[in-house]
Design a protein around this ligand. Structure first.
Ligand SMILES: C[S@@+](CC[C@H](N)C(=O)[O-])C[C@H]1O[C@@H](n2cnc3c(N)ncnc32)[C@H](O)[C@@H]1O
Length: 218
């Protein structure tokens, strides 16, 4: 009988007085449960683990001048900070499309925005590359505004398992969507120095692409 009892979920033990590793930061990873602690972290000017603090929110909202009833696109949904403010301005009658390629964070953001009352009736989230914006335009018609907050989200960098961190050990992956394409580690096994140099140049305008690609032992 005992074997069938669900095991009690104990939080990860950590050494010392404060959790240091991403997976140990149980308070920051459960912001709804520990709202006061999260507020303290933000007041200290830090970004809680697993969260993203949106940039230039006031400036962006001032620039976009969104009014109720408009249709817009947040091309880089991320944690949904910009989308949340846009949705507040769009009601009533507006509609926001949002895209992101991250299959892990996207459902969390969908849930978070739904908890603020913004469900599929006002927010259409698509897991897709914003390079396919023509598909959105075909579906939505004329868009009143588009925001593209290019880059990565803090959640992606924070979690070493996502393969972006250089502060702590983790796999070398570097994919926003790990379900598509090759990890950086796999790529390095087959790519030539010359091709790597080209990648740095084309994808990142890296002025030291030759030096860096030669320094990486491939
Ligand atoms: C800087 S964050 C956006 C943060 C967001 N504005 C917020 O308030 O939380 C950039 C996001 O763009 C996404 N992204 C990067 N390249 C993309 C692409 N080509 N298509 C769609 N999303 C992309 C990343 O996965 C990341 O979540």
């Amino acid at each position: 009988m005992d074997e069938q009892k669900p095991k009690s979920q104990r939080r990860v033990r950590y050494a010392g007085t404060h959790p240091k590793l991403f997976k140990e930061k149980y308070k920051e990873l459960h912001p709804a449960q520990y709202a006061d602690d999260i507020a303290k972290v933000i007041l200290q000017g830090r970004t809680p683990a697993g969260m993203h603090r949106s940039i230039c929110v006031n400036e962006i909202m001032e620039f976009l001048k969104i009014v109720p009833g408009q249709i817009g696109l947040d091309a880089t949904l991320g944690f949904g900070g910009h989308s949340l403010e846009m949705l507040k301005c769009l009601a009533p009658g507006g509609l926001l499309y949002a895209t992101d390629v991250d299959p892990f964070e996207l459902p969390r953001t969908r849930e978070r925005l739904a908890s603020f009352g913004f469900g599929p009736d006002v927010l259409v989230i698509k897991k897709m590359n914003f390079s396919e914006i023509d598909q959105i335009a075909a579906e939505a018609g004329l868009l009143n505004f588009v925001l593209a907050d290019l880059g990565v989200s803090s959640m992606q960098i924070d979690n070493p398992e996502r393969g972006f961190s250089f502060k702590v050990e983790g796999p070398l992956d570097l994919r926003l969507n790990p379900k598509s394409g090759k990890s950086a580690a796999a790529l390095l096994k087959t790519i030539s120095q010359h091709k790597l140099e080209e990648l740095f140049k084309t994808n990142a305008d890296e002025p030291y692409s030759e030096i860096i690609s030669k320094a990486i032992n491939i």
